[in-house]
Design a protein around this ligand. Structure first.
Ligand code: AMP
Length: 470
């Protein structure tokens, strides 16, 4: 089916063509007509499915020409990188229109952002924390809003932003089209969805369990003490062009990048505690080849268009099997060959088996030739986690993710672009629109630690409880 079948304006079709999209993806096939018809939507779809265009194209179409008097579209994103990426996508899709797109994000000055919602912008893409600050300061008004997009709601919940999201929904005008996107929709997210949307169309795009055939996966079992030496040995023996090394924690990523640099590699790091400028510089430097290695946490890398890397190395086992698919999907794109190496310690065996069950494939185990698996550890140190070196043993959180049985482990396999419809969508009773809340609880600061940290009493869900923040 071609994009022209949706009845989008020619200015938008030109932009789609300029992006090189030949055919809509499944989430686009289902979402675009629903949004064009003015319906609320609850979609379970992950990054990588084409969901940004799924909501951006019909939204731009519905807006028509630029109009002064306040933003008509607000898109909420959990992280700055995603906000930047989605704002860029909106700008690209609207490049042949006169619509203005603005970005409101933490970690940068307030000046220009204060005026964004007041005048000028038709579409505002914002991170939750900064937007709420500006709303609380009466620096922004939402009266002209017509469409609200809540993107990656599961991440917002995970990062402790969900009450703030509810607060923002409460400040929006009652007559609003709301589009709700989340990779998964467990009970707590369903609750928020019911609070946010009215008479929605439900769209479900199955979890992506498949990894590109062009990716060669390998497992490297190793003791905790020799994990870093093995990483260095692997880098030394591998003919790579660009490598992403995934760690589970920010501290771990910092530790690894420092040690890799000391070993003479050109490397940079991407995680939530880095300032906006640092994160931009890291991404740009990695993309243009200044750095051959990017050390990243999952949350920081989630959703970023970081493709075309020659190697992915999982220094730490990912928190969930979905994260494994997501990490590995960064390589082997567009028929190019890619390698994905996963280092794991004996206590991570269960998590590895979980990944193998999820992708329904056994990943071959390898021993690196010439590496001394019996060598003494480089320093007398306890088992590392994510490269954090400690001098005294400390209680380690379990690596193996604690999954809830209902989190979709048993869904049927679907291809990356295949649609999986829920058999019978439970009817959602019409909800009264929430009233504005007079008082806010203290909110997470996006700026204080340069990232997107949750507040002290953050809510995490499911298997991440008690784990380290990424
Ligand atoms: P997203 O899930 O929105 O982050 O999109 C993931 C990637 O797919 C981005 O690089 C998009 O530019 C790309 N993409 C989105 N829609 C299409 C399409 N219809 N055809 C080809 N690529 C697409």
């Amino acid at each position: 089916m071609p994009f022209s079948k949706f009845g989008l304006y020619s200015s938008i079709l030109r932009a789609v063509e300029a992006k090189g999209y030949a055919e809509p993806t499944p989430v686009q096939v289902e979402t675009i007509p629903a949004v064009l018809a003015g319906r609320d939507v609850i979609a379970s779809a992950q990054t990588g499915t084409g969901k940004t265009a799924a909501f951006a194209l019909p939204i731009i179409n519905r807006l028509g020409p630029h109009r002064a008097g306040g933003a008509r579209v607000l898109v909420l994103e959990p992280t700055r990188e995603l906000a930047q990426q989605v704002a860029t996508a909106f700008r690209e899709f609207a490049q042949f229109t006169d619509l203005h797109v603005d970005l409101i994000q933490g970690g940068v000055g307030y000046g220009k952002q204060r005026s964004a919602l007041v005048d000028g912008a038709d579409i505002v893409v914002a991170t939750v924390g900064r937007l709420l600050e500006l709303i609380d300061d009466h620096a922004v008004k939402l009266d002209a809003l017509q469409v609200l997009v809540l993107d990656e709601v599961d991440r917002m919940l995970d990062m402790g932003f969900i009450d703030d999201v509810r607060a923002i929904i409460g400040r929006c005008p009652p007559k609003l089209q709301t589009l709700f996107f989340s990779a998964t929709i467990p009970g707590k997210i369903e609750e928020v969805a019911r609070f946010a949307v009215r008479d929605p169309i439900r769209i479900s795009i199955g979890r992506v369990r498949t990894v590109p055939e062009s990716v060669k996966h390998e497992l490297y079992p190793v003791s905790g003490a020799l994990k870093f030496p093995l990483l260095l040995a692997l880098l030394g023996k591998t003919d790579y062009r660009s490598v992403i090394i995934f760690c589970r924690t920010k501290e771990g990523a910092d530790g690894i990048v420092a040690r890799i640099k000391r070993a003479g590699h050109s490397a940079t790091v991407l995680h939530g505690d880095r300032s906006t400028g640092q994160r931009k510089a890291s991404l740009a430097g990695f993309k243009d080849g200044t750095y051959e290695i990017l050390v990243a946490t999952d949350i920081a890398a989630r959703g970023l268009d970081l493709s075309d890397v020659s190697h992915v190395i999982n220094y730490d086992i990912p928190m969930t099997p979905d994260d494994y698919v997501h990490r590995v999907g960064r390589t082997g794109r567009a028929e190019a060959k890619g390698d994905a190496f996963t280092l794991y310690t004996p206590r991570e065996t269960g998590a590895v088996q979980g990944i193998e069950r999820f992708i329904r494939a056994e990943i071959p185990k390898r021993r690196l030739e010439g590496f001394d698996y019996n060598a003494a550890p480089p320093r007398p140190e306890p088992e590392e986690e994510g490269g954090v070196l400690t001098t005294a043993p400390k209680p380690q959180p379990q690596h193996q993710p604690k999954r809830q049985p209902d989190e979709g482990w048993h869904e049927t396999t679907v291809g990356a672009w295949k649609t999986k419809k829920k058999p019978a969508a439970a009817p959602v009773p019409e909800q009264p629109r929430p009233q504005p809340r007079p008082k806010q609880k203290p909110k997470p600061k996006e700026t204080s630690r340069g990232g997107f940290l949750a507040p002290a009493k953050s809510k995490s869900f499911g298997h991440r409880k008690g784990g380290k923040r990424r």
